[in-house]
Design a protein around this ligand. Structure first.
Ligand code: G
Ligand code: G
Ligand code: MN
Ligand code: NA
Length: 253
């Protein structure tokens, strides 16, 4: 109740900020993209994790407005980096199911791209498996985003409930393996073979496979040896603020 009431004012007062975490190609070690992750700088309590306020914003419906702000901010910032002359990379934005189901969602995405001037291939949307249980609505919407050139990822893969049928039928490009499947590799043989199977599943479906939560060199090497395409995780970089991200882009040239 407390947080729910504070969210709209926090947005008006500019208390939200986007951090960015790089995605890395396993074969070349090159930067392949950035994930935008929201942070709340509360003047009273300091930095509050999205894990504690996103579910509240989803319940109250405020996520629609907050999610729109995230889209604007991520696209505007990415366009700014491109205009500075930094390498052009896609930025990915997490989209909650409530936000994705909103009738104006596709229109909002189009408006943001038009107004910021960011080309659609530089925006990627991350949706979770829970969304896939509404296949009719979802397929239409994913199709129209795909037609516009926006890339779509399935986030936290393995933690929700997904039907292989929908993974096959829906226009998705990237499968992001949840970090719980990575954390015990390569020391747990059981987890190793599970992770190998998920990578193979993703590849069989023609998807780019990214492993989340990679923290060690051993995990990195294991994933590379097992055909995973990309990683994200503390091993390469924590999520960083936009100034730090800009600096990482600059030195990557
Ligand atoms: O960044 P972090 O480690 O703390 O993220 C915690 C959770 O919050 C993750 O599940 C992440 O997907 C989610 N999250 C972060 N930023 C956003 C956002 O902009 N929109 C939505 N819907 N979820 C986000
Ligand atoms: O749900 P989603 O995958 O969007 O959320 C990403 C979350 O994972 C963010 O909270 C981010 O801070 C966190 N994260 C990113 N890299 C690592 C990592 O290497 N280890 C752990 N434990 N968390 C990570
Ligand atoms: Mn994500
Ligand atoms: Na995830």
């Amino acid at each position: 109740v407390q947080i729910e009431k504070k969210l709209p004012r926090a947005l008006a007062e500019n208390e939200f900020e986007l951090f960015y975490q790089p995605k890395i190609d396993l074969a070349t070690h090159a930067l392949t993209g950035l994930e935008a992750l929201i942070r709340w700088n509360d003047p009273e309590h300091g930095r509050i994790s999205p894990a504690s306020f996103i579910p509240i914003a989803e319940d109250s419906g405020f996520i629609v407005e907050l999610g729109e702000w995230v889209l604007w901010e991520a696209c505007r910032t990415n366009k700014g980096w491109q205009d500075t002359g930094y390498p052009k990379l896609p930025v990915s934005v997490n989209v909650s199911a409530v936000q994705f189901r909103h009738p104006q969602f596709v229109r909002t995405v189009e408006t943001v791209l038009e107004q910021t001037g960011l080309e659609p291939q530089y925006l990627e949307l991350e949706v979770t498996e829970s969304l896939l249980n509404d296949p009719v609505l979802i397929k239409d919407r994913l199709d129209s985003l795909k037609r516009r050139g926006i890339s779509l990822s399935i986030d936290d893969f393995g933690t929700g409930y997904s039907s292989i049928y929908y993974l096959k039928e829906l226009p998705l490009q990237v499968l992001k393996i949840d970090r719980t499947f990575v954390q015990n590799t390569p020391t747990s043989p059981r987890d190793n073979s599970l992770l190998q199977s998920i990578i193979q599943l993703g590849k069989s479906l023609g998807l780019t496979v990214l492993a989340e939560g990679v923290e060690t060199k051993e995990q990195f090497d294991f994933l590379r040896q097992n055909d995973c395409d990309q990683i994200q995780g503390y091993y390469y970089s924590r999520p960083v603020d936009s100034a730090t991200m800009g600096e990482m882009l600059r030195i990557s040239m």
